[in-house]
Design a protein around this ligand. Structure first.
Ligand code: PLP
Length: 439
């Protein structure tokens, strides 16, 4: 096998010292499988990092990228435009939740989050409410790694040791294993936790709160669907107090929940929405913030006519190559019905498959929504100091399965093309991995 020098690439969110002792190198990918150098197949039950929604190696996307690189590889987005990125924005607007048809492109979910926060601030200033500067997030939230997103993190390890903004309050986590274990879809308990937002408004004053940000279904923090009615209540409180609601749909966007966006599946429309990952099938870095036109209008109206309305943007934002990948990805999404596939028979098959694991005594909760899933194991810090989920995750890779460990839990988000046979293979490899580690 090729000998690689592992010393120069400092990988993100990686235990690099452990990796160097036991490198896990992936060489090739196709459909729902990754392949190691020695030819082992690994079933990718996380669609990469929730991004490879179309499955790996889609030729049409590769061809579109190749052609675009030759036609127009790059054009500056500052003060210039190009046809392919405008066309992609039109396509996204067609699928956007009602009224959110303006798109500001970024290169990642983290940039989308910080962009949304900056637009929200700017809007409040433009609307004559400059004191509305506080933000509200949630415990267990993951909102990327830029300074804004780090400040909004509800996962303590992701905040510790970094510079953060301090004007942030946190709503409690809605995961309630005691009352809602093994719920299918949205748990029936817990909508009242949204009333904490009313308490925060009372304490801080509505005049001081700019925006609330939530992942409609918590992703990286453990895949937690919202309690029935919870997001509706958050929406009502925001409306009552003129607070912007930002949905972070970086994980839930583009078919993951059975509609293009979780906002549509759950029937709650935010004012701003952050996306990335599956926006172009996870092929070329790209993100986008979806914005209500009247928010854009207010910012435009308040800005002098001499310069940009928003002093914000990235060199590669709206890259024509990423946009070409996006247009090709959407042709596939639409032609293969992938944006709604999770709400059909495969979604039900996935739900039944996951919940069939309930007989495993080490499992204390199973959750699902659309083509998202999660399992929580009984904690055993003596045996599994990094968490039982992390231990099982390591074993899964040895047994030909890529799933993500998060403390004592594991999260799954298969490519939207997954078949029933592949779900069966997931169950087989997953059961074996759990038994290898726990029994
Ligand atoms: C909800 C959410 N927001 C933001 C991000 C950050 O996205 P990126 O890693 O592309 O910066 C992620 C990444 O997993 C995410 O899950």
């Amino acid at each position: 096998m090729t000998r690689l020098d592992l010393s120069h690439w400092w990988q993100p969110f990686t235990n690099v010292r452990a990796f160097r002792n036991n490198p896990r190198i992936i060489n090739r990918a196709e459909g729902c499988f990754l392949y190691t150098e020695d030819g082992r197949d690994i079933l990718d039950i996380t669609a990469g990092l929730w991004c490879v929604a179309l499955g790996h190696g889609r030729r049409e996307v590769a061809d579109a990228v190749h052609a675009q690189l030759l036609e127009l590889d790059y054009a500056p987005p500052f003060q210039f435009g190009n046809p392919v990125t405008f066309r992609f924005a039109d396509k996204l607007a067609e699928h956007a939740p009602a009224g959110l048809d303006r798109v500001f492109f970024t290169n990642s979910g983290s940039e989308s989050v910080d962009t949304a926060v900056k637009i929200a601030f700017n809007y409040q200033i433009a609307s004559g409410k400059p004191n509305k500067t506080r933000l509200v997030s949630r415990q267990r939230a993951y909102h990327g790694i830029n300074v804004g997103g780090t400040s909004l993190q509800g996962l303590p390890n992701n905040r510790k040791g970094f510079p953060i903004l301090h004007e942030v309050d946190f709503l409690d986590d809605t995961l309630d294993i005691e009352n809602s274990a093994f719920s299918r879809g949205l748990p029936s308990h817990g909508a009242d936790k949204a009333d904490q937002l009313a308490d925060i408004v009372e304490t801080r004053g509505a005049d001081n709160i700019c925006a609330v940000i939530v992942e409609p279904v918590v992703g990286a923090g453990g895949m937690v669907p919202p309690p029935q009615g919870y997001l509706q209540r958050i929406r009502e409180i925001c409306d009552q107090h003129d607070i912007l609601l930002i949905f972070d749909e970086v994980v839930t966007g583009f078919g993951r929940t059975g509609q293009c966006f979780a906002s549509q599946s759950l029937g709650v429309t935010p004012d701003l929405m952050t996306t990335a990952k599956a926006i172009n099938g996870g092929t070329i870095p790209m993100g986008g913030v979806f914005i209500r036109p009247d928010i854009q209008d207010a910012i435009f109206a308040a800005a002098p006519t001499t310069g940009p309305e928003l002093f914000h943007g990235n060199t590669y934002a709206g890259s024509p190559v990423a946009a070409a990948a996006g247009l090709a990805a959407f042709e596939i999404y639409e032609r293969e019905g992938l944006l709604t596939r999770a709400s059909g028979p495969i979604g039900r098959y996935w739900e039944d498959a996951l919940h069939s694991l309930r007989d495993i005594e080490h499992i204390i909760d199973i959750r699902n929504y659309g083509l998202l899933g999660a399992v929580t194991f009984r904690a055993d810090p003596e045996r599994f100091p990094a968490g039982a989920g992390v231990a099982v995750h390591n074993r899964c890779f040895e047994n030909g399965l890529l799933a993500r460990g998060v403390g004592d839990g594991m999260v799954m988000s298969p490519p939207l093309i997954i078949s029933e046979q592949e779900i069966d293979l997931f169950l087989e490899r997953y059961r074996k991995s759990i038994a290898d580690v726990m029994d």
